[in-house]
Design a binder for this molecule. Structure first.
Ligand code: 13P
Length: 285
């Protein structure tokens, strides 16, 4: 069932688990994600980032996400990931997304606060929830390759700034930077769990970990126990689809497209199911 984002993440925050938010670029990704969530009785977030619009246009994907959410047996939110401008957030609200992320993390603090506050006011007036980001999450692009070097301390989310940012913007969830990185790590990162604890202790709202792919099981567990209520996963889904495609083609003298689509759906289901278990959201729907 299509369910408000805030209901889903607040329950996760209260019961100390994280909801998996999976970037879905195709019908196969969406079908696999829903199948995994239903099988494991887990709440789910389907999301799409603005940088992904060229291959998966938002206005084409929104009806797919929304119909999948409405007919699912578990709670599902439909979320815009990394909206790069207030205009994109408004487009997503018009398309029916029930939550939006405005990513002003690259802006000076005052500008990030002003633009995020404006998006939050507009979104809340339409009954839509808002995630925003403070600090700089490292970036190699989803599916790209990173160094695995924990980002240097000056890009970590500042505890005092996080309290001010939340109070002045009215957001529903805060994405933080604690050494996490989008894309493919060469070495497993070590997240700054101490900083996460301080941010969580200072603020009462659900926190979001971006760059979920490639994080160690130990770090995931520490995140879940210390206020992270939503974890974003993009690269792992793409890698699973690519691996499945390569092995299907290599192992078949006459590959066919329908079989390939089914295999990608199944690979998507597996990767989402594995993350749901890691995030301890199974059995929570
Ligand atoms: P990964 O590609 O590292 O899984 O990050 C996904 C993400 O954070 C989307 O916002």
């Amino acid at each position: 069932m299509l369910t408000p984002f805030r209901e889903i993440i607040r329950d996760a925050h209260r019961r100390h688990y994280a909801v998996g938010a999976f970037n879905c670029l195709s019908v196969e990704n969406v079908m696999g994600a829903i199948a995994a969530a239903e099988e494991l009785h887990a709440p789910l977030i389907l999301q799409l980032a603005e940088v992904q619009f060229p291959g998966a246009p938002m206005e084409l994907m929104a009806p797919v996400f929304l119909q999948a959410a409405r007919s699912a047996k578990v709670p599902v939110a439909v979320h815009l990931d990394h909206g790069q401008s207030p205009e994109t957030c408004i487009r997503a609200i018009r398309a029916g997304f029930n939550s939006v992320m405005f990513d002003g993390a690259g802006l000076p603090l005052e500008e990030n606060i002003a633009q995020t506050r404006m998006v939050a006011r507009l979104a809340h007036a339409a009954g839509v929830d808002v995630e925003a980001e403070l600090g700089r999450v490292g970036d190699t692009g989803f599916g790209g390759e990173g160094t695995g070097d924990a980002a240097t301390a000056d890009v970590f989310t500042d505890v005092g700034e996080s309290a001010r940012f939340i109070a002045e913007t009215g957001i529903d969830a805060l994405a933080i930077a604690i050494g996490n990185l989008h894309g493919r790590y060469i070495a497993t990162p070590r997240l700054n769990i101490g900083r996460l604890r301080e941010i969580d202790a200072r603020n009462g709202i659900p926190l979001v970990l971006h760059g979920g792919s490639g994080t160690s099981e130990e770090d995931f567990k520490s995140c879940i126990g210390n206020g992270i209520s939503k974890i974003n996963v993009a690269t792992a889904m793409q890698l699973a689809a690519m691996d499945e495609t390569c092995s299907y083609i290599a192992g078949n003298a006459s590959p066919n497209y329908i079989d390939l689509k089914n295999r990608i759906t199944e690979a998507s289901r597996r990767v989402v199911a594995a993350h749901i278990r890691l995030f301890e959201s199974d059995g929570k729907a």
